[in-house]
Design a protein around this ligand. Structure first.
Ligand code: GLN
Length: 556
């Protein structure tokens, strides 16, 4: 088994996760079996309780683990399917050490960072090092070298190298080489100091991956090589990509990273098979069509809050040779009317979310999609608001709401899951992870999935209230997927609409570059159809968009 540790220096947000994932892509393309793992030095047990403004998206795994969004990159860029063992936080480490201490497992010893905390960390690397399954384990350490919280992880790696032998381990340091305008120069000092910080704790990187805006010339590579004790050919440039993150594996390959890593680890492999990946990238960069899609959410100040959704749209669009222009619309800005911002879009997507803020705006957007037959994809909360909208405006259930927003509401069309009633703790207590959905015959969903049962990942506390099923069905609201026992609504659609789909789960966690998720693919196809209908002469249109008077409110 070979081990690659990826640390980061100088600043955060260098795209270490993407770099780790891209290395995974390249090694897999060489025929190696790869698994990735992320260590997060913060003290939260998992990011599940963190606000998206703090941490970006929470990425959910099959087993229900709520993890760092880098695991999303890992799953999208490689074939590995991850579990809770692939994301370790300091919170988990200390939780387990303290639990053991309370049980008396340390037999009266003083419990310390070394060896007890570092043992837990090393144990986690070993836990996933299954030689029957993998050739290489790539472990990314979150945070930046020099952070106090990161020290136990770096110390654990130092010990681990001693235990498994230096010939089996590679330390890769991702760093920043900034361009200073006033000097017209790229600067190596931050990298030198970051490597010095690593050395202080006994770690010497063998590979430097330099994030930079400009080309690294030979002089600069030599300088980095000398000051950081890294071979010149192991100074790898990772310049900002021009179009899409999916270019990263290709640029790293062009820099010789995968060959270098295999040479350093003594791995005999073939040249990487990258044709399919290149094709995908080509389709992302130069599609022949374009379509405008509105995403109605509330976490747009953080670029990564809806990461998997944007990626899923990209995958699906590429498969239709189409590019996407995203309109990111703050749900609160729609409270008073939707027709300004939604006038020219060919599709409306409402992502998941929590809490009351912006909900009424989302309900208005769902109504607009329904009435104007604009393709709609509602994910989790997006399905719930579509349900509330339909109940209120198509079925006349005026007070319809979710008990999340109106605790004692008279018409709880969305209500707390039975199993959630006694739940007090917020962490890891939702309905989480992969559950089966039985697809109803004769529905759009059946056509899209082409299968009678699908497995999808969940993260929610509320659900459709089956009491309203028949009443809403009469008006055209179809429950097209349920839990196998038929008690939980998992998928909904509208009978008289070309593509109005809502799911209680999160399909965005299962889309891959060359394997777009069917619900996203169906959505993009419907958006393209809508667009071509909308650009036809008005007399051709099946349903000319109608704009109710009171909705004509100027936005912004
Ligand atoms: N807040 C809703 C629930 O808990 C939706 C959750 C989500 O969108 N992930 O059911």
């Amino acid at each position: 088994m070979k081990y690659i540790f990826i640390t980061g220096g100088v600043i955060s947000s260098l795209g270490k996760g993407l770099t780790a994932a891209s290395l995974g892509t390249l090694l897999e393309a060489r025929g190696l079996r790869v698994v990735l793992q992320k260590f997060d030095p913060y003290l939260n047990v998992d990011p599940g309780t963190m606000n998206p403004f703090q941490h970006g998206e929470v990425y959910v795994l099959d087993d229900g683990a709520e993890t760092d969004l880098d695991l999303g990159h890992y799953e999208r860029f490689t074939n590995c399917v991850l579990t809770r063992h692939n994301n370790l936080t300091s919170g988990q480490v200390y939780e387990s050490v303290i639990l053991k201490e309370r049980r008396g497992d340390y037999l009266g010893k003083t419990v310390q960072v070394i060896p007890h905390v570092t043992d837990v960390i090393k144990g986690r690397i070993r836990e996933i090092s299954d030689e029957s399954k993998y050739d290489v384990v790539i472990t990314e350490i979150g945070g930046t070298t020099g952070d106090i919280e990161g020290l136990p992880f770096l110390e654990a790696i130092r010990q681990f190298i001693l235990e498994v032998g230096a010939q089996n381990v590679l330390n890769v340091h991702v760093t920043l080489v900034p361009y200073i305008k006033a000097a017209h120069e790229l600067k190596t000092k931050p990298t030198q100091q970051s490597v010095a910080k690593l050395r202080e704790i006994g770690l010497q990187p063998q590979v430097l991956i330099c994030r930079t805006e400009r080309m690294l010339d030979l002089d600069l590579r030599q300088k980095l090589s000398m000051f950081c004790s890294v071979a010149e050919k192991a100074v790898i440039e990772e310049r900002d990509v021009a179009h899409t993150i999916y270019e990263v594996p290709l640029t790293l390959h062009a820099e010789g990273l995968d060959q270098l890593v295999c040479d350093l680890l003594g791995l005999k492999t073939q040249q990487p098979e990258l044709a399919e990946w290149k094709n995908f990238v080509k389709r992302v960069i130069s599609p022949t069509k374009r379509v405008t899609i509105a995403v109605i959410g509330k976490y747009f100040d953080v670029r990564d809050a809806y990461k998997s959704i944007y990626e899923s749209l990209t995958h699906a669009a590429a498969s239709e040779d189409c590019g996407i222009d995203l309109e990111l619309i703050d749900a609160e800005s729609l409270q008073d009317g939707v027709n300004g911002p939604l006038k020219d879009v060919s599709g409306i997507l409402i992502p998941g979310g929590f809490g009351l803020r912006g909900v009424e705006g989302k309900i208005k957007a769902a109504r607009c999609a329904r009435e104007h037959k604009i393709p709609y994809l509602g994910l989790c909360l997006g399905m719930q608001v579509a349900t509330i909208e339909f109940a209120r405006n198509a079925c006349g259930i005026k007070d319809a709401n979710s008990t999340e927003f109106d605790k004692n509401g008279k018409e709880p069309v969305i209500s707390l899951l039975e199993e959630q009633r006694g739940v007090k703790n917020m962490g890891a207590s939702m309905r989480l992870g992969t559950w089966p959905t039985k697809i109803a015959k004769g529905t759009v969903a059946e056509k899209i999935y082409g299968s009678a049962e699908v497995m999808e990942r969940h993260r929610h506390r509320y659900e459709f209230n089956m009491k309203y099923r028949d009443q809403m069905n009469e008006k055209g609201f179809v429950i097209s997927g349920t839990s196998p026992d038929g008690t939980l609504a998992e998928l909904i659609e509208l009978r008289d609409h070309p593509y109005f789909v809502g799911c209680q789960y999160h399909p965005e966690f299962q889309s891959k570059p060359n394997k777009p998720h069917p619900l996203f693919k169906g959505f993009i196809q419907a958006c393209l159809n809508y667009q071509s209908r909308a650009t036809r002469a008005p007399s051709d249109q099946e349903s000319p968009p109608r704009v109710p008077e009171q909705e004509l409110v100027l936005q912004r």
